[in-house]
Design a protein around this ligand. Structure first.
Ligand code: IVH
Length: 722
C-alpha cells in the first residue's frame, strides 16, 4: 500500500481495503461467474470508495475500481481491444440522485426536450462489429478497453444477423447491447443441466454468461441466447442519425434487434412515470430487467455532455430495489468454505424470487443471525439482489406463534465432526480447523484448483469435486487431498456415487418434489462404463500439469496468495524450490509481497502434508519452475505494455513469455514503460506511447525483444509518423 502524502492513514487504509474487496468482487462476478457479494453490498462499498476519493483526490489512481469498468480479463478467448471504449453507467438509487443527475444535465446542456427511457436488461454487455454490412466480430466488455473475442459463439445466436438488411449502413459499424436468456430459456437450460447431473445456474444472467463462454460454439448454439441493442460505438461512413431513437430506428431497418419498449418522454415527470410503470410490470417482460436507463435523446446534446472515464454524463441507470418476498425459514444449517469458514444458511420453504427458485439463503455468520433476530420457523423477508446467494433480511415478528426456536451454532463441523473454533480473539467467523481431512474444505479447495484462473480444469466442476472428495462408497475418497489429484486412475472413479451439493452453499441439493437428497453415479454410465467426462478430465489434467508456476502456486490455496501475489512471486523467484526455501525476509523483499503474505507462505510450507502435496504434484510432472529459470533474465527490470491482437501470441502467452524472461507486463503506459507492443488494431495505448516517446514494437519486434533482449529490440522499434 502506498500512502499518499497528506491523506490520513486511516483513509488510505480504508481505501486500500475497499479497492481490494471491490476488485475481488469484480473478479468473482465477471470471471468466475460466481458472485459472493450482494449488489447492495457492492454498491455500498463503491459509494464509500467514491466518497473517500472525493474527500482525498490524491487517492485516485488509474488502478482504482472507480476508474475501471467491469472485470479483469479471463483467459480463454483471445483478447481484443475495443474500437471505442465500452463504458458503464452511473446509477441513481433514489429520486434525489435522479434529480441531481438531471440538474447537472440541464446546467450543462440546457433544457432537455426529449429523454429516451428503456428497460435496463440484466444481461452481458457485448459489442458487435459489422464491416460493409457483414458481421465480423463480437467482443465482451471485459475491462472496457479490451474484451474477449466471442465471435463464434455469438454467431450461433438467432437474433444476430450475419448481414445487415436494407441500405445506407456505414462501412464500419460497432453496435452495443446485451446478451441474455429469457426466464423461460433459463429454465430450459437448467433442466438440461440437471438431466446431465451438472450444477444448475443460479439465475438467467449466470446461465447466459456460462453459455456465451463455452469453448465449443456447438454448446452455445443449444442455449436459447437472445440479444437486444442499446447503442453504438464506432460508426464510420454513411449517414449518422441525430438521436438515440433515430439510431434505434435505423438499426431496426437494418435487421438489428432493438427493444420495442423504449419511449421518448419530454420531461422528468415523464421519466418518473415511465420508471414507475416499468417497476410495477417488472416481470411482464420475457427477460429479467434490473432497472430503467434514461438517456438524453439528442446526439449533439450527448456530445456536449460528454463522459467521465467510466460512464457517460448523458445517461443514468435507475436501479430497482432488490426484490423481496416472504417465505418460511424451515431450518438453519451451516456450510464450510475453502478456508474452513462456517457460514449459516437458512433452509427456506422454496419460493420464486427474481426468476429462480430459492431453497437456501445466506445469514453470513453467527452474529448476523443474532443481529437480525431471526428464529427457526419464522416467516422472513428474503431478498434476492441480482446474482448472489439470496439473503434473509429480517423476520416478520408479527406472524410468530410461539413455536419458533433460536439457532445455536453447532459445536462441531457438520461434515467432519471436528470442534469448531475461532482462529483468534475478535474474529467474526468461526472455523473448522481440520484443514487436512474435512471433506468440505477439501471439496472447496479442489473445486478452486480447477477454476479458470487457477489450473483451468473444466471437467472438474463442483459435482465432480464432491464426488472425488466425498464418495458414499468406498469410504476412502480417491482424492484424500490435492496431492492425489494427478494420481487418479479410472477404476477408482467408476464406482463413485455422490450426493449432489449446491455449489454456492456446499449443502446437499434437495429435490423439491421428493424432499430427498439427490444421489448420482457421476463418472460411470448405466452399464458401468466411463462417461465421456472421464476422458475429458484426464486430458485436462495432463494439460493442467503444464500450467505456469503462478497458477500452480495459486492452486495451493495458501492464505493471501491469490493470482496477483502468485504472479509476483513466480516472476521473481522462478521456481517452487526457491519459494519453499526462501526465508520470510526474502519473500517479503519480492515486489508486491508484504509481510503478511510472506509469513503465510512460510507457515504453509512448515506443514508436512502441504509439502507432500507439492512433492506429489512434482512427481506427477506438474510444472514447478518457469521456463528459463536457470537462464539469465534479459527482461529483468523491463516493463512491457501489450495492446491489440497478435497473430502468434494470445495476451496470456505474450505476458507469460515476458514474465519467463524476468520482465513485467502492466496495463497502462507511463514514462517508466520500457516497450509498448502493438498488434492489430491497437488503441489509445499506442497513442500514449507515441506521446511519451516510449519505444513501440510490432509482433516481429516483440519476437526480437524476447529472443535478443531490450538492446536489440531498440533497433527495431516502429518508426512513428507524427
Ligand atoms: S446504455 C455507455 N442501455 O448496463 C454505456 N445499457 O450497468 C451505455 N445495460 O454497461 C449503456 N441495459 O451493458 C444501456 N438499455 C440499456 C441497458 C444497458 C443494460 C447495461 C450495459 C451497461 C450496464 C451498466
Amino acid at each position: 500500500m502506498t500512502v499518499s502524502e497528506g491523506v490520513p492513514s486511516e483513509a488510505a487504509r480504508r481505501h486500500h481495503l475497499l479497492s481490494q474487496e471491490i476488485d475481488d468482487a469484480n473478479y468473482r462476478y465477471y470471471v468466475l461467474d460466481a458472485p459472493t457479494l450482494s449488489d447492495a453490498d457492492y454498491d455500498r462499498r463503491m459509494r464509500e470508495l467514491k466518497a473517500l476519493e472525493e474527500e482525498h483526490p490524491e487517492l485516485v489512481t488509474p488502478g482504482s475500481p472507480t476508474q475501471k469498468v467491469g472485470a479483469p480479463i479471463s483467459t480463454d478467448f483471445a483478447n481484443v481491444e475495443h474500437l471505442e471504449r465500452m463504458q458503464s453507467l452511473d446509477n441513481a438509487m433514489n429520486d434525489d440522485e435522479l434529480t441531481s443527475w438531471d440538474d447537472r444535465v440541464v446546467r450543462e446542456a440546457g433544457k432537455i426536450a426529449a429523454y429516451l427511457c428503456e428497460p435496463k436488461i440484466d444481461g452481458l454487455a457485448i459489442a458487435l462489429v459489422y464491416e460493409d454490412g457483414r458481421f465480423v466480430r463480437a467482443v465482451t466488455r471485459g475491462d472496457g478497453r479490451t474484451g474477449e473475442d466471442v465471435t463464434y459463439n455469438v454467431r450461433t445466436i438467432a437474433s444476430v444477423p450475419e448481414r445487415l438488411a436494407g441500405e445506407g449502413w456505414p462501412e464500419l459499424l460497432e453496435v452495443r447491447g446485451e446478451i441474455f436468456l429469457t426466464v423461460e430459456g433459463f429454465e430450459q437450460v437448467n433442466a438440461v443441466q440437471a438431466e446431465a447431473g451438472r450444477e444448475p445456474f443460479a439465475n438467467p444472467r449466470n446461465a447466459a454468461a456460462g453459455s456465451l463462454r463455452q469453448k465449443d460454439p456447438r454448446v452455445t448454439a443449444q442455449r436459447p441466447l437472445d440479444m437486444l441493442l442499446h447503442g453504438f460505438g464506432a460508426w464510420r461512413g454513411g449517414r449518422q442519425p441525430d438521436s438515440q431513437a433515430g439510431a434505434y430506428e435505423l438499426m431496426r431497418e437494418w435487421g438489428l434487434p432493438v427493444s420495442d419498449r423504449y419511449e421518448i418522454v419530454e420531461d422528468m415527470a415523464g421519466v418518473r412515470a415511465y420508471i414507475e410503470r416499468t417497476g410495477e410490470n417488472r416481470h411482464a417482460t420475457a427477460y429479467e430487467i434490473d432497472g430503467v436507463v434514461v438517456k438524453v435523446d439528442q446526439f449533439p446534446l450527448q456530445r456536449r455532455l460528454g463522459s467521465t472515464s467510466r460512464a457517460p454524463r448523458w445517461a443514468i441507470a435507475w436501479k430497482f430495489p432488490p426484490e423481496e418476498v416472504n417465505t418460511r425459514l424451515l431450518d438453519i444449517k451451516v456450510g464450510i468454505g475453502r478456508t474452513g469458514r462456517v457460514t449459516p444458511y437458512g433452509v427456506m420453504e422454496p419460493v420464486t424470487v427474481a426468476g429462480s427458485t430459492v431453497t437456501y439463503a445466506t445469514l453470513h455468520n453467527a452474529s448476523e443471525v443474532e443481529r437480525k433476530g431471526v428464529l427457526i420457523g419464522d416467516t422472513v423477508v428474503l431478498r434476492k439482489a441480482g446474482d448472489v446467494i439470496p439473503e434473509i433480511v429480517a423476520p416478520v415478528t408479527g406472524l410468530r406463534d410461539g413455536s419458533e426456536r433460536r439457532f445455536e451454532m453447532p459445536a462441531e463441523c457438520p461434515e467432519c465432526g471436528t470442534e469448531l473454533a475461532y482462529e483468534k480473539e475478535g474474529d467474526a467467523d468461526i472455523r473448522c480447523p481440520n484443514a487436512q481431512f474435512c471433506p468440505a474444505q477439501l471439496r472447496e479447495r479442489l473445486y478452486f484448483v480447477a477454476g479458470r484462473k487457477v489450473l483451468d480444469i473444466e471437467a472438474l466442476g463442483y459435482v465432480a469435486a464432491t464426488a472425488l472428495t466425498q464418495p458414499l462408497e468406498p469410504s476412502d475418497p480417491p482424492v484424500r487431498n490435492e496431492g492425489d489429484l494427478f494420481h487418479l486412475t479410472v477404476d477408482r472413479l467408476l464406482p463413485i456415487k455422490t450426493v449432489v451439493r449446491e455449489q454456492r452453499t456446499g449443502l446437499p441439493r434437495i429435490d423439491p418434489k421428493t424432499g430427498e437428497e439427490k444421489v448420482v453415479t457421476f463418472f460411470a454410465n448405466k452399464e458401468g462404463e466411463p462417461k465421456k467426462t472421464v476422458e475429458i478430465l484426464f486430458g485436462e489434467l495432463e494439460k493442467a500439469k503444464r500450467q505456469p508456476l503462478w497458477r500452480v502456486l495459486t492452486a495451493l490455496s495458501i492464505r493471501h496468495v491469490g493470482p496477483v501475489a502468485a504472479q509476483d512471486l513466480a516472476r521473481e523467484m522462478r521456481s517452487m524450490d526457491a519459494i519453499r526455501n526462501a526465508t520470510e525476509e526474502e519473500l517479503a523483499a519480492v515486489d508486491g509481497i508484504g509481510p503478511t503474505i510472506a509469513r503465510s507462505i512460510r507457515n504453509w510450507f512448515e506443514v508436512d502434508w502441504h509439502r507432500e502435496i507439492v512433492r506429489k504434484w512434482a512427481e506427477a510432472g506438474v510444472r514447478m519452475e518457469d521456463e528459463g529459470s536457470a537462464a539469465p533474465q534479459p527482461l529483468k527490470g523491463v516493463t512491457v505494455v501489450i495492446t491489440g491482437t497478435m497473430e502468434e501470441f494470445s495476451r496470456d502467452s505474450a505476458t507469460e513469455a515476458v514474465q519467463d524472461r524476468g520482465g513485467k507486463v502492466t496495463g497502462s503506459v507511463s514514462k517508466k514503460t520500457g516497450f509498448v507492443v502493438v498488434g492489430e488494431s491497437p488503441g489509445s495505448k499506442y497513442d500514449k506511447a507515441v506521446k511519451l516517446g516510449v519505444p513501440v514494437l510490432d509482433e516481429a519486434g516483440f519476437r526480437v525483444l524476447l529472443a535478443e533482449g531490450p538492446d536489440a529490440a531498440r533497433n527495431v522499434t516502429l518508426s512513428v509518423e507524427e
